[in-house]
Ligand binder design. Structure first.
Ligand SMILES: C[S@@+](CC[C@H](N)C(=O)[O-])C[C@H]1O[C@@H](n2cnc3c(N)ncnc32)[C@H](O)[C@@H]1O
Length: 301
């Protein structure tokens, strides 16, 4: 088994997160291949990690990797917001979110996340759900498509791209990532088509967000995380684009000012250092925000 994902800001995460009780538990909401989980289990011999991931393909890799820790690693296949909703008050010392998808998804999943490959358009993390990128591209109406591309990626050519998709699908269903990337490329002006960033980058991001309802899960999960973490325990969140980061920033800020259940430990987001950015390009857009739960009463009632 080859590990293809390098954990982002691992040292920074380790410096913020530590046990606050004798029987410590961490919830890794986005375990992926388990880069952060592995480092935490190594650092704290008493620690137990509940490792969540909705994707059973990548979760199988984490299970294999974490074998050496025996029952100190407990994998759960679920959406993190669903898990946290049912979790007990004050039951975790720390909660980590490393949002989005992993290098595994682009390189190994075979589900059309990458516009550089010719794969079936899919993009689902939960393989039991019906909605896939293929359904969206072929069945949403033009306005819905344009709106979601704009809303979830701030793509300035969203309307032209949506129009072209609708024209092209009249000739037959669009079923592959390469076919979609070509349609996008043909629908934008040449200067944009040949720019440094591939013209399909934003649209592919938007489709992935829509398929997995990524942005709908963050704030509800953070609300529950505040209830679930122990007083003195911490919630760390790594985001990769402004739509995610905005939610985290405002949630922590509002809670700290109004409900006062957390204090924010990162006045400005922590970003990866120069060396990490050059060694691991995905870390360039990463932002880490951390909040600590204050002492006091925080239960559901
Ligand atoms: C950026 S990767 C995590 C990488 C991991 N920290 C590591 O070092 O290997 C995010 C992972 O979270 C999963 N994921 C994303 N959103 C999720 C959600 N709402 N609920 C559960 N899993 C999710 C993805 O399938 C992916 O494996």
């Amino acid at each position: 088994m080859e590990i293809v994902h390098i954990p982002v800001m691992k040292e920074e995460v380790l410096s913020f997160l530590h046990p606050v009780s004798d029987d410590p538990v961490m919830i890794d909401c986005t375990t992926g291949e388990g880069g952060h989980t592995y480092a935490m289990l190594k650092a704290y011999p008493e620690l137990k990690v509940i490792g969540l991931d909705r994707d059973s393909g990548i979760q199988a890799k984490a299970i294999e990797r974490m074998k050496e820790f025996g029952n100190r690693f407990e994998p759960v296949n679920c959406w993190f917001n669903d898990y946290l909703e049912k979790a007990e008050d004050n039951s975790a010392d720390m909660i980590l979110f490393d949002l989005g998808i992993s290098v595994y998804h682009y390189a190994e999943s075979n589900r059309g996340f990458s516009f550089r490959k010719d794969e079936k358009l899919d993009m689902r993390l939960d393989l039991n759900q019906r909605l896939s990128a293929e359904t969206i591209v072929n069945e949403y109406d033009e306005k819905e498509l344009a709106d979601l591309i704009y809303q979830y990626s701030e793509e300035r050519y969203s309307r032209r791209i949506a129009k072209r998709i609708v024209e092209e699908r009249k000739k037959g269903r669009i079923t592959s990532s390469a076919a979609l990337a070509e349609i996008i490329s043909q629908s934008v002006p040449p200067a944009y088509r040949y720019a440094r960033i591939n013209p399909a980058t934003r649209t592919f991001q938007a489709l992935r967000i829509e398929v997995n309802r990524e942005l709908d899960r963050i704030t509800p999960a953070l609300k529950e995380a505040v209830r679930v973490v122990k007083p003195g325990g911490r919630i760390a969140v790594i985001t990769f684009h402004s739509l995610e980061d905005r939610q985290v920033k405002w949630f922590f800020k509002r809670n700290a000012e109004e409900e006062k259940q957390v204090k924010v430990l990162t006045k400005h987001p922590v970003v990866a250092g120069e060396e990490e950015c050059s060694l691991n390009p995905p870390s360039r857009s990463a932002k880490l925000r951390v909040a600590e739960k204050t002492e006091g009463k925080h239960g559901k009632d």
